[in-house]
Design a protein around this ligand. Structure first.
Ligand code: GAP
Length: 435
């Protein structure tokens, strides 16, 4: 399959089956903004839960936070965003195409090949808004372009509340906003997106070691949830690519249909952030080391990932087409922790009221701890294909025999193997397979 075809197929499946829709579509859409539909919201929630479990619940050294999107405008002066967070844009003098200066290769316009451009102009990436009734300069605020700053400004609060000792991390999931100039590639680059960020506070002389540990941990996480190793790579940044705050950064990249691209950046931010916020706020954010009695600024390791990019990578990697009995079966082979639906309960004969009633009763029981759907709107072959296409882990079929022997057929999504299991043991059986 051509890679561009694959992307088209995924975008089409996402719309058709209710994963992802263009935002405000009935009004012609709003560029680079997307809405998650009934299945997409389940998938995205599962991605966030998998991340949270792995970096907060399964560790002893990370706690969570949920900071607000609006912050004091001085935060963005201290962080350097007011001064540095813009793209430089140029126009091609021949075909007028607008381009990001840093995206131009070999000094050539990618559209017409000409090498003459207008002078660069800075384009502000932060969305500005105003707070309160009076719209003077003091009322200016920004929609946060990253969740990280909410963590830095709460560093002291978290230390005071939890008495944490170094090294420890604060994790946060939340919306960020960027007025991106180059957009496209579906949910890869959006103007409103979600980030999953960890700020890991480290003793200065342990920062390099912790940086490497987080690079390994985060690379492995994507494989733990099903991404094939050959589709992942680590790419250390060159000195000319590093953000103004970073001493080093390594990206986890995924081989998307449009090429290798960043899923997550793991940066060594040194003591830049806490120093800056101490200076701009006048609050001392140094750490008091209880062993040496010294005060110093911790160095920060930042694994920063995108929920939407991870969701797209999981979708692409899960997409399979297989030939079965001369027909193409499309199946999303999601990891069991990511699949939007655990179990579909399907009656073999929708006109038999006893079968329908039993199937609905089984669904009622299973949905106490599993995500289930009931479907009787087509013949069984078609129902199986529909569930395969959205990655439902198991199908449970209720037939005439089920009424007498109290057994149902369980079909495995990936192997298509079928097994007969007693209704009394069904919930326990599925729980063991899925949890
Ligand atoms: N705090 C550091 C920071 O925000 P970044 O590399 O600009 O670093 C981190 O962003 C992650 O956020 C990226 O690796 C990507 O997954 C996600 N991300 C950034 N901009 C995005 C956008 N416009 N649309 C979707 N995801 C984005």
């Amino acid at each position: 399959m051509q890679k561009t075809d694959l992307m088209d197929k995924i975008v089409s499946l996402c719309k058709r089956r209710g994963f992802i829709f263009q935002s405000s579509e009935i009004y012609g859409g709003l560029a680079s903004t997307f809405d998650y539909g009934p299945l997409g919201v389940e998938l995205k929630k599962n991605v966030k839960n998998a991340w949270w479990r792995s970096v907060v619940h399964h560790r002893d050294d990370v706690v969570g936070l949920d900071a607000s999107i609006l912050m004091h405008p001085k935060v963005w002066e201290a962080s350097g965003h007011t001064a540095n967070f813009h793209d430089v844009l140029v126009d091609c003098k021949k075909c007028n195409t607008r381009l990001r200066e840093d995206h131009i290769q070999d000094g050539q316009c990618p559209k017409c090949g000409k090498k003459e451009f207008t002078d660069g102009r800075a384009f502000d990436l932060m969305f500005k808004t105003t707070i309160g009734a009076v719209t003077d300069e003091n009322a200016n605020a920004y929609l946060r372009p990253e969740t990280a700053q909410g963590i830095f400004v709460n560093f002291k609060n978290v230390i005071d509340a939890t008495h944490r000792k170094l090294p420890f991390g604060i994790a946060q999931i939340g919306k960020s906003f960027r007025n991106e100039v180059t957009t496209g590639n579906f949910i890869f680059r959006m103007r409103e997106f979600e980030q999953m960020e960890i700020e890991y506070f480290s003793k200065p002389d342990e920062a390099e070691k912790n940086h490497q540990q987080w690079i390994d941990t985060r690379f492995n996480w994507y494989m733990d949830y099903g991404i094939k190793k050959e589709n992942l790579q680590l790419r250390p940044h060159g000195d000319d690519e590093l953000a103004h705050y970073a001493k080093g950064c390594t990206d986890v990249e995924y081989q998307f249909p449009f090429g290798w691209s960043e899923l997550e950046g793991i940066a060594n931010r040194t003591d830049f952030d806490l120093k800056q916020h101490s200076e701009f706020s006048g609050t001392d954010l140094r750490y008091h080391d209880p062993v040496t009695n010294e005060k110093y600024f911790p160095h920060i390791i930042e694994p920063s990932s995108g929920v939407d990019r991870a969701t797209l990578a999981f979708l692409v990697d899960a997409y399979h087409e297989e030939e079965v009995k001369g027909k193409i079966r499309t199946v999303l082979k999601f990891n069991k922790h990511l699949a939007p639906i655990h179990v579909a309960v399907l009656p073999l004969l929708k006109k038999n009221s006893e079968i329908v009633a039993l199937a609905k009763k089984i669904k009622q029981d299973l949905q106490q701890d599993l995500v289930c759907v009931y479907d009787d709107t087509a013949a069984i072959g078609k129902l199986y294909r529909r569930q395969d296409e959205v990655g439902t882990f198991f199908c449970v079929t209720v037939d005439v025999d089920s009424l007498s022997d109290q057994m149902v057929t369980i079909r495995d999504r990936d192997t298509m193997q079928q097994e007969r299991v007693s209704i009394a043991q069904l919930r326990q059986y599925l729980r063991e397979k899925l949890f």
